[in-house]
Design a protein around this ligand. Structure first.
Ligand code: PLP
Length: 681
């Protein structure tokens, strides 16, 4: 099955004649051809093609949207009082596409012609997963128009199959007409497939006679992309997935695994064209939705300048601009930015810097790192050393270095005779006792402020973080805030530290920093720490650390655009009512007898499933209840990923109310399917 989208370099260049010629030649070669004219205003190309190509699909099927006035579609349909929805076009297309081997989709006008607000022909071509055929007029001026169309198609991720010229005038060719094809081939690098001659008669037999040998069909038919089934087989043969028992992955489940092909706002689209709400922001990274125009453009513009240069001994423009922006939005006191490329390294850098600071400044005994039980700071050995999740870390315990682990209370399951939130502060008291004895040996405390994400969305009561900060200050121990998950608006403020007016000595950021586009991380720190590394070179007190892709210009350019969008779209202000909406909407879910706890801070949600609500008895982990609920949500169009028996909801901050509602509805149904339909829907 192949789809070609036929667009023009302008209106009136001979698109319909070219579609006709292609249809006739493909049919003559024995292919079953279907045509689709998604939107039509004025003249009846759809009728013409249906008639000349002998298509049996109904006219309304071939052309779902028609308006009488020959105007740009966005205007013609508005004036005709017809609402054109891209989703409806796609549905109409898929209905007839299944009947044919090859689909010819004829656009209206050129590639950027708007169908509705924010949706142009180019977007449709991409969403149909079509290859583009550009029809160009012969004559002076065509080189520029054709190159612009090729350029824009590539920019928007539409594959160009080739250019076809169309002789719409039948007049004697001059120099431009004779040299156009060669020039376009040379300057665009795209295949020029031939020229449709001037057609005096348009019946199939005459067109076939006229066009035979004039258009090179081979490049159109030879390109093959692996189909959905083949991709699954190749994945299973060649790929090893993270945090995945590959034995389960390789199991022969029909339709599995899901392969994502593209994204769109809050949705992910798989290779079979199915759409899913991205309820965990592609593992907690997506901020403004997928394919956000401003981020796409920032990336593409930077790619036109340079993709990478090193930060070792050099600097680059986006990295410098971004550093200032990060310092501007970060909690006060953070003055310097050290880049890396993932959350684990952002934390390791903070650990090493905090340790080396004391070495550099002569307090050689301050070497211990303190971390909290149930913490997660990444998967490299250094970050595993300060991690507390046994399931992930147990097997490596002989490889990792010694740290001080601070026991922390379970905020959901209060010990006998204790009351929440008071007992949560016992962790702080333990820290204070530790500091009184050992502060002279402690370099830093590392923690995830407000929400311990990977532990199962454990949320600290208000005040705990502030007390940790005060104790660190009093005993001159550095506070490392790992905001890899909570940063960039996740909890409702730009950084979680802001909830309690906390000013850490180190701020580690990664996941949301590029809006979910590219791997980038930063460790921000204070002037004091920075100054602790300023010595003559021979003293060997340099911070000897740096990754090859540190400060990558592409990633930094997108991160700049990401931060700008927060201001431009007043994102955090507009997020607040959506946070309240989500909270209200989730309350109903809490009535299910297996929903033990619903924890929410902003757009970070953990829903803990339990065997019995009263006793809070957990499901045995072997039952994989969390995973099964997430699997059950797929047929309802939502992609989830659990943490044990905690269902995580981490929607992109851009997710609309309707989408939030649909996400929770799907989760309710999935829980009902797996654990019994106890909720009244
Ligand atoms: C995800 C995460 C990390 C690790 O980030 P990677 O980019 O996966 O290395 C570290 N800390 C926290 C709090 C995280 O959520």
């Amino acid at each position: 099955m192949k789809t070609f989208f036929i667009t023009g370099t302008d209106t009136g260049v001979g698109k319909t004649y070219t579609t006709l010629a292609l249809g006739v030649l493909l049919k003559a070669a024995g292919h079953d051809v279907g045509v689709f004219k998604p939107v039509q205003s004025g003249v009846g190309d759809a009728e013409f093609l249906k008639d000349r190509l002998g298509i049996i699909d109904g006219l309304r099927e071939i052309n779902p949207f028609w308006a009488p006035e020959p105007l740009s579609p966005h205007l013609a349909f508005r004036r005709a009082g017809i609402k054109v929805l891209p989703g409806k076009i796609l549905a109409a297309y898929h209905k007839i596409a299944v009947r044919h081997q090859i689909m010819l989709v004829e656009g209206a006008g050129g590639l950027l012609v708007p169908i509705t607000r924010g949706y142009a022909m180019a977007d449709l071509a991409r969403d149909l997963d079509a290859e583009l055929i550009i029809v160009a007029r012969l004559g002076l001026g065509t080189i520029n128009h054709t190159l612009l169309t090729v350029h824009e198609a590539r920019r928007r991720g539409v594959r160009v199959a080739g250019v076809i010229f169309c002789d719409a005038s039948g007049t004697r060719p001059g120099i431009p007409e004779r040299t156009n094809p060669q020039a376009v081939r040379e300057f665009s690098g795209v295949a020029v497939l031939g020229t449709v001659p001037f057609l005096k008669k348009t019946d199939a037999a005459s067109v076939a006679r006229c066009c035979r040998g004039r258009i090179d069909m081979a490049p159109l038919l030879s390109v093959t992309r692996p189909d959905a089934g083949k991709l699954v087989a190749m994945d299973k043969k060649y790929v090893w997935h993270p945090f995945t028992q590959m034995q389960d992955w390789l199991a022969d489940v029909p339709d599995e695994p899901l392969v994502i092909d593209r994204g769109e706002g809050s949705y992910l689209v798989d290779t079979r064209g199915r759409r899913y709400l991205d309820a965990t922001s592609s593992l907690w990274v997506t901020v403004h939705g997928h394919r956000k125009r401003e981020l796409d453009e920032a990336l593409k513009c930077q790619a036109d300048k340079i993709a990478h240069s090193t930060m070792l001994g050099l600097s680059n423009t986006p990295a410098v601009v971004l550093a200032k922006k990060l310092v501007d939005i970060a909690p006060k006191g953070l003055a310097k930015v050290f880049y890396s490329d993932n959350g684990s390294t952002a934390v390791e850098i903070a650990l090493k810097m905090s340790y080396q600071y004391w070495q550099n400044t002569g307090q050689k005994k301050k070497t211990a790192l303190v971390h909290l039980a149930n913490s997660y700071h990444g998967d490299t050995l250094g970050s595993v050393s300060v991690g507390g999740i046994a399931l992930f870390h147990q097997v490596y315990r002989k490889l990792i270095f010694k740290t001080i682990r601070l026991e922390t209370p379970d905020c959901y399951r209060a010990p006998a005779g204790k009351k929440y939130p008071d007992y949560a502060f016992e962790a702080v008291d333990r820290f204070e006792a530790l500091l009184k004895k050992k502060h002279g040996q402690i370099a830093s405390l590392v923690l995830e402020p407000v929400v311990q994400g990977a532990a199962g969305m454990i949320m600290w009561p208000r005040g705990v973080l502030k007390r940790f900060e005060e104790l660190c200050r009093r005993h001159d121990v550095f506070l490392i805030a790992d905001e890899v998950a909570t940063g960039f608006g996740r909890t409702g403020t730009m950084f979680a530290c802001e909830h309690e007016d906390v000013h850490p000595d180190f701020l580690c950021v990664a996941k949301g920093i590029t809006g979910g586009y590219l791997p980038l991380a930063a460790t921000l720190t204070t002037q004091r720490i920075f100054d602790g590394f300023l010595f003559p070179y021979k003293d060997m007190k340099t911070f000897f650390h740096g990754h090859t892709y540190t400060g990558n210009p592409l990633a930094c350019a997108v991160a700049i655009a990401n931060i700008d969008l927060f201001r431009k779209e007043r994102l955090l202000a507009r997020l607040q009512p959506k946070i309240r909406f989500l909270e209200k909407r989730l309350a109903r879910l809490g009535e299910h007898p297996c929903v033990g706890d619903i924890r929410q801070r902003g757009f970070m949600v953990g829903i803990e499933l339990v065997a019995e609500r009263r006793t809070k008895k957990p499901f045995p982990w072997q039952d994989r209840v969390g995973a099964r609920v997430c699997e059950a949500a797929r047929p309802y169009g939502v992609l989830l990923r659990p943490l044990g028996n905690v269902i995580v909801l981490m929607p992109p901050l851009s997710m609309s109310r309707d989408e939030l509602d649909a996400m929770v509805t799907a989760l309710e149904k999935a829980i009902g399917d797996v654990l019994g339909p106890e909720i009244q829907l």
